[in-house]
Design a protein around this ligand. Structure first.
Ligand code: NDP
Length: 434
């Protein structure tokens, strides 16, 4: 904290991870002796650059671009690009730090990074987004490559942006390196099942967690927030498992359907028409629409799956869920629960699946996209989905094993942090003073 006192989010996330690993340091003094913690908080490389482009009116625009390459211990740097006005070095450092451990949990050969820009794509034409992406990649291409650093999408960076970024990389480097970016469209060597991976992976993780307690997902009532990529495929898999999902939401409000969410209608509204979730009640008169997002956590359920955004479950929402008898919470979004909400769930013996482990399915399938690109082959949906299922089981089991060894056996927050930390720390020791 003495070095960059203004980077509050980064310091908070470092303290959260490092506080879990105190019992490990007691039995592994070599981590302290070799200054593993001090090394882990210093990115291997950070680049910050000027992005100049021209808008549709001919005006010159200047943005700031970044790439934080936090750790290459386990493989090429890997992590998304975020285009949003809130992007700062602090935000990207905290996301890159988290990414190192999430990626290590997948058991696949990927290091950790994060990047982006304070550019806001909202309200910009396709032409403007393309010009921005081309200028951004003109600098970024010096720092990435299929064996160096493999960016992907994040907030504000979807299939369209990945396409423009890939096109510019290919043009400058004069090389068809399909594996330089992931999240590509399937027709130019993206992976089948990448779209579904985070939502499906969340359900695979939660099912493992419930199975271990002899709890059946079938017949359970589930509250989901969000109606974007993660929420949609979490609902799909939950329904396949025979659970009843009664809510979903967007940034305006939530719907409650006592008969169970009609997912085809949600996809039609959000994916096809790009409409608002409240339109659902026009064709489903039994359902209710409520303005505002927090109310969704007052709906009675057995399982809650926050899949919208960070900070959506505060202590009051956690208390409302527990008062209504929730038995399990699985985080689909990144950091949806506040630290005091997590502590409350754990104190109340609610089974809790932390984001770092439970939503790692997305990046896991991105690593499988890299593998397919290296092979110059494309696997079937079933092959990718089968591997995803096995990866999520493995993440659950390793987190559980370390929770049993070092903490409370049900504390998967500590279990996931410890598993990831030990993997990265041991590899750093093996690779010497780098
Ligand atoms: P999308 O943009 O597809 O969907 C986000 C959903 O959340 C939308 O329904 C959106 O509503 C809603 N939302 C946005 N802001 C708020 C808010 N302040 N309050 C309530 N609802 C809100 O994103 P994804 O589904 O891809 O991502 C969701 C979360 O999961 C993020 O935290 C992301 O970082 C994380 N994640 C995603 C992965 C992936 O593979 N996609 C992988 C790992 C984590 P609206 O339609 O109104 O915008």
């Amino acid at each position: 904290e003495q070095k960059d006192p203004e980077q509050k989010m980064f310091h908070d996330t470092v303290s959260e991870v490092f506080s879990s690993i105190v019992p490990v340091l007691e039995v592994h003094p070599e981590y302290r002796e070799n200054k593993i913690l001090e090394r882990m908080v210093e990115p291997e490389r950070t680049v910050s650059f000027r992005v100049v482009w021209q808008d549709d009116k001919g005006e010159v625009q200047v943005n700031r671009g970044y790439r934080v390459q936090m750790s290459s211990a386990m493989g090429p740097y890997k992590g998304g690009l975020r285009f949003h006005p809130s992007v700062t070095l602090d935000v990207l450092k905290f996301l890159a730090f988290e990414q190192v451990y999430k990626n290590a949990l997948t058991g696949l050969p990927i290091g950790g990074a994060k990047g982006g820009s304070d550019f806001d794509p909202h309200g910009r034409s396709d032409n403007e987004v393309m010009h921005f992406c081309q200028s951004f990649m003109t600098e970024l291409c010096r720092h990435i490559g299929p064996n160096v650093d493999v960016p992907a999408g994040d907030i504000g960076v979807g299939g369209r942006e990945i396409g423009y970024l890939f096109g510019q990389y290919k043009r400058i480097r004069d090389s068809y390196d399909a594996g330089v970016l992931t999240g590509k469209r399937v027709d130019y060597w993206g992976s089948l099942a990448r779209t579904e991976a985070t939502g499906y992976g969340l359900l695979y993780f939660v099912k493992n967690m419930l199975d271990a307690k002899g709890i059946d997902l079938a017949g359970k009532t589930i509250v989901v927030s969000g109606s974007g990529n993660v929420a949609t495929y979490a609902i799909e898999k939950a329904q396949e498992y025979g659970a009843k999902v009664v809510t979903c939401s967007d940034s305006n409000g939530y719907i409650y359907d006592p008969e169970g969410i009609d997912l085809a209608a949600v996809k039609e509204i959000k994916q096809v028409r790009r409409g608002r979730i409240k339109e659902y009640v026009e064709t489903h008169p039994q359902a209710e629409y409520h303005e505002g997002c927090r109310g969704v956590w007052t709906v009675k359920c057995d399982i809650a799956l926050p899949c919208a955004t960070q900070g959506e479950i505060d202590l009051a929402s956690a208390k409302a869920l527990v008062a209504n008898g929730v038995t399990a919470v699985g985080e689909g979004a990144n950091m949806p629960s506040s630290l005091d909400a997590i502590a409350y769930f754990q104190q109340q013996k609610v089974l809790f699946a932390p984001a770092k482990a439970a939503n790692a399915g997305g990046v896991a399938v991105s690593a499988l996209e890299m593998a397919q690109n290296s092979e110059r082959l494309q696997w079937t949906f079933e092959e990718v989905d089968g591997r995803l299922k096995a990866i999520m089981k493995n993440i659950y089991e390793s987190a559980r094993k370390n929770a049993e060894k070092y903490a409370d056996p049900d504390d998967l927050v500590a279990g996931a942090n410890i598993t990831a930390f030990v993997r990265v720390a041991d590899v750093m020791l093996a690779q010497g003073l780098v």
